[in-house]
Write a protein that binds this ligand. Structure first.
Ligand code: FMN
Length: 287
């Protein structure tokens, strides 16, 4: 069967396009094209009131399940508190270096308080509501990321929010039915990294029905990232080269599930810890 994207269209048809940034669509395409995760920041501060405005606009521009707005965002500017947060984020240096960390939380606590104060039937203390809050939190985080980038600020998502969920919740004094989902470090970029590849559209956009990839498709779709990713990791320095040798890693795929990247045993432990904290904080029935 023909693949739907044998000739992928460029994101912006430059020949037919009006002058740069002449339309909102083109300006938005350029903004997305300029996205890079930033891991080196200048020390210059970021204004708290400005961040409130960006967050408010981002939330107005994001969909919200049932318009329940079951999210909260905690701003961490204080350098000492960010230093502690850095340890909770596995020591990733940008948490300490960037002037601001935003922690996006799934929060049904406030909604439950509102229900109680209005003599409504209690609700939203279940696994479904966890997802409602978590999806809203991620949607808001991504809209905020683009909004911040439109102002020239840099961002990086912090996946370590999930693995340190309980410790971050305690540190930020989150109540029951409120847990961190993801975080953004925010600041003025001090690096200009190259754009990172994505899998080609043929690999992940399907026409009407899912088309399972053949072994040949996998070879084709992963060829570029296998080469570039391997080169990028091995260019990180002799320690990384030695680690690949020590663990007998000879390809990017082997690296990803090796003990030095996304170790399945560690992810299984993280998953159990997440399940436990969801029970503890009222999003799952006690086991
Ligand atoms: C949910 C999520 C969690 C992430 N966690 C981390 C992280 O903990 N540390 C990090 O350096 N980058 C993290 N990233 C950034 C990704 O590594 C980055 O988006 C990816 O490599 C593509 O690069 P780009 O954003 O520059 O295009 C995360 C991204 C997402 C979406």
């Amino acid at each position: 069967m023909m693949r739907p994207f044998s000739q992928p269209e460029p994101a912006v048809n430059e020949a037919a396009a009006p002058p740069p940034a002449a339309t909102p669509a083109l300006a938005f395409a350029q903004l997305m094209q300029a996205h890079r995760s930033i891991r080196q920041y200048r020390p210059d501060p970021v204004d708290s009131a400005f961040i409130d405005r960006v967050l408010t606009q981002a939330w107005a521009g994001s969909s919200s399940s049932g318009n329940l707005n079951m999210v909260s965002v905690v701003k961490s500017f204080d350098a000492e508190r960010r230093a502690h947060l850095c340890t909770l984020h596995a020591g990733q240096p940008m948490v300490r270096q960037a002037p601001l960390v935003l922690t996006f939380c799934a929060d049904t606590y406030r909604t439950r308080q509102w229900l109680a104060q209005r003599d409504a039937r209690p609700g939203f203390a279940d696994f479904h509501s966890w997802h409602v809050g978590a999806f809203d939190a991620v949607i808001l985080a991504q809209t905020t990321a683009l909004a911040l980038e439109s102002h020239g600020l840099g961002i990086c998502f912090m996946g370590t929010t999930m693995s340190s969920m309980r410790a971050i919740a305690d540190f930020l004094a989150l109540p029951p039915n409120c847990l961190p989902v993801t975080s953004l470090v925010v600041g003025w970029p001090d690096e200009t990294p190259a754009q990172r590849d994505r899998l080609p559209p043929q690999a992940w956009i399907h026409e009407e029905r899912y088309q399972a990839p053949t072994p040949q498709d996998i070879d084709t779709h992963y060829a570029q990232r296998e080469q570039q990713g391997r080169e990028r990791y091995l260019a990180m320095g002799p320690e990384m080269v030695a680690a690949w040798q020590q663990h007998g890693i000879s390809s990017l795929a082997q690296y990803y599930t090796s003990p030095i990247k996304y170790d399945p045993d560690r992810l299984a432990e993280n998953s159990a810890a997440i399940e436990a904290v969801l029970r503890e904080r009222g999003f799952l029935a006690p086991g």
